[in-house]
Structure formats: structure tokens, C-alpha cells
Design a binder for this molecule. Structure first.
Ligand code: ASP
Length: 330
């Protein structure tokens, strides 16, 4: 960690991802290894960063160094604890996290749920990333980092947000929507929160409110959870017969108990009758079932007489995080 005393600070926590990736060939934007370059070195490679720092000192810390496809619950907890530690300091104005794009939306949502609302009411946590490795001919990471710092230091900024390709998304709405393009994320129906233009944030709607969910475990309770509840995602599709659910019930019975299932239904959360029958068997076995949709846009509207909980507008992966935390909090 490096720091300068007596100055207001912006903290950058590194976790790896493509933004820290390198390839042996500069023109190779897919055959790279993620999480190779340390966060301090990434910051040094951003020309003109001092212009957006507005006299703030930059403090960096490497919390993890990984490809986010391999993200783990213990890293999530360590990250959340470091965020709380830093943001609780009166001289820290805002915090940036570098992260892989693949699971960024899940980490953002997790932080949004577990970080103390008191902290998020006044200070921003800004995740950022890159779709091209640091070694690329035309890397997107440096600009994204600079934009993320600009967002973190914007007056009034607060809550968990993410910045990619000059666009700011809330933790609640962000979804990775493209496999390759630098502008890989969408906020769906909700629309983006803001754009970053030449270091200035053009806000389109209000900074996000703190988490609206009630049954949330405190970070301390989550940190004491050694084995997270097993919650799996199953999808509805043509010919879906629910065998996956029965297999999960059998497997989980033999090993780690299945505690929850999120079903990524078709359309407005519709479910093949045979999958539905299997999900009912899961309910009877004490498994929580949450209905979401495989559609990228639109919430699942609650249906009358449906025995499954609905995802309250969350995508399947975020509904899974919510259900795990809900089970931990019980
Ligand atoms: N697999 C990488 C990761 O999520 C992809 C990226 O960062 O764009 O860490």
C-alpha cells in the first residue's frame, strides 16, 4: 500500500481481471492471461491521472489477483471488509475497485447488499474493468480507471456503481451484455446512471439508494459463514423435463444440501410443466425456489397463485446472490 498523509484520499483496490491481464502479442485481445499486473502498476500506466485527482492522494491495495470467472465467497468477504475499513476513514472520499468483467455484476450487487447503508449514503464505491488486456495495442483499462476515479471524486456521488466505456451503471441494474466489445455492459430498462465525458460526470438520474432488501445479514454474520448455502440456477427451455432439479436434489442430499434454486424462466418467468413439477418436489424438500427470467430486460411480474417467490426484478445471477444472503441471514 502506498499513501500520502494529510491529504484527502481515493483508494483503489485491485482484484485482477482483464484490466490487469497480459498477452504475449499486443494484437491479441482474447488469448491473454487475466490478473497479471498489480494495481499500483496499472495506476502508474494511466497518463494524466493527477488531473482528475483534484489534489487527492491515491492509495492502492491488492486485495486479490484473479480472473473473475473464478471469483469466490472468501474473496468477496475480504473485499467487502477492506471497503468498509477504507471508507470508514474520514479522509477517504471514495473508493475504486478493479475487477474482471465476467462476474462484475455479481460482485457489485453483493457489495450493494452487504455494505453498511450509512457508508453508502455518502460515499461511492466504483467498480471498473476492461475488455482488453493491459498489453493490448489499444487497451481500454487506463481510460476506464481514469473515469472511475473521476466518478469516485464527483461531488455527491454515493452508492455502488460501475464504470465501463464512459458509462456509469448502478450495481442493481448492471449486466454484462456483450462477449467482446469494450462497451460490454447495459443497464437494461432502467437506463444508465451517467456518462463520463472528459473527466466530467453527466448524471442522468439520481445516485443509487441504499439496498432495499430487508433480510440481509450483516457483514459480520456473512463473514462467520464458513459454508455458504448451496443455491443453483436452472433454466427453462424447450424439452426441459426437470431432471436437473431431481439430480441436484439427489446430489445435494449426498453431499452439500441444496438450499435454494433460482429458475431462469422463459418470458415472464414461465416454466415448463415438467420442470415446474420438479421445482414443486424441491419446495416440498425444503428448498427455496425463486422465479426469474432468462430475458435480459424486464422484471418478472408476480403471478397470482404462483407458489414460487419472484425475483423482484433481479437477473438470475443476482437473484441467486440475494437468495444466498437471505438464507445466511435467517
Ligand atoms: N475473464 C475476465 C475476468 O472476468 C474477463 C474480463 O475481465 O473482461 O476476469
Amino acid at each position: 500500500m502506498n499513501s500520502k498523509n494529510n491529504l484527502k484520499k481515493v483508494v483503489v483496490l485491485g482484484t485482477g481481471g482483464t484490466i490487469a491481464g497480459t498477452a504475449s502479442n499486443a494484437s491479441d485481445n482474447i488469448g491473454y492471461t487475466a490478473a497479471q499486473v498489480g494495481v499500483a502498476q496499472l495506476l502508474e500506466a494511466v497518463p494524466g491521472l493527477s488531473a482528475v485527482l483534484q489534489g487527492h492522494a491515491l492509495v492502492s491495495e491488492q486485495v486479490a489477483q484473479m480472473d473473475s470467472k473464478d471469483m469466490r465467497f472468501d474473496i468477496w468477504l475480504a473485499l467487502a471488509q477492506r471497503v468498509v475499513q477504507h471508507l470508514s476513514q474520514p479522509d477517504v472520499t471514495g473508493l475504486v475497485i478493479t475487477h474482471g468483467t465476467d462476474t462484475l455484476e455479481e460482485t457489485a450487487y453483493f457489495l450493494y447488499v452487504v455494505l453498511p447503508a450509512e457508508l453508502l449514503k455518502t460515499k461511492p464505491v466504483v467498480l471498473t474493468c476492461a475488455m482488453r488486456p493491459a498489453s493490448s495495442l489499444n487497451p481500454d483499462g487506463p481510460q476506464n480507471l481514469m473515469d472511475a476515479v473521476a466518478v469516485a471524486l464527483t461531488a455527491g456521488a454515493h452508492g455502488v456503481v460501475a464504470v465501463c466505456a464512459g458509462t456509469v451503471h448502478t450495481a442493481l441494474d448492471i449486466q454484462k451484455a456483450h462477449t467482446y466489445k469494450p462497451d460490454a455492459f447495459t443497464s437494461g430498462d432502467a437506463g444508465v446512471l451517467a456518462y463520463v465525458e472528459e473527466g466530467q460526470v453527466r448524471l442522468l438520474r439520481n445516485w443509487p439508494m441504499a439496498n432495499r432488501h430487508q433480510s440481509v445479514p450483516s457483514l459480520e454474520v456473512a463473514a462467520r459463514t464458513t459454508v455458504w448455502p448451496r443455491v443453483e440456477i436452472v433454466m427453462n427451455y424447450v424439452g426441459c423435463d426437470g431432471a436437473v432439479v431431481d439430480a441436484l436434489l439427489g446430489y445435494a442430499h449426498a453431499t452439500a444440501p441444496l438450499r435454494g434454486l433460482v429458475v431462469a424462466g422463459t418470458g415472464n418467468g414461465t416454466i415448463h410443466k415438467d420442470l415446474e413439477a420438479a421445482l414443486r418436489r424441491a419446495l416440498q424438500a425444503g428448498v427455496k425456489v425463486v422465479r426469474s427470467s432468462r430475458c435480459a430486460n424486464g422484471p418478472v411480474l408476480p403471478a397470482a397463485h404462483c407458489e414460487f417467490a419472484h425475483s423482484e426484478g433481479l437477473s438470475p445471477v443476482k437473484a441467486r446472490v440475494a437468495l444466498m444472503l437471505d438464507l445466511i441471514g435467517r
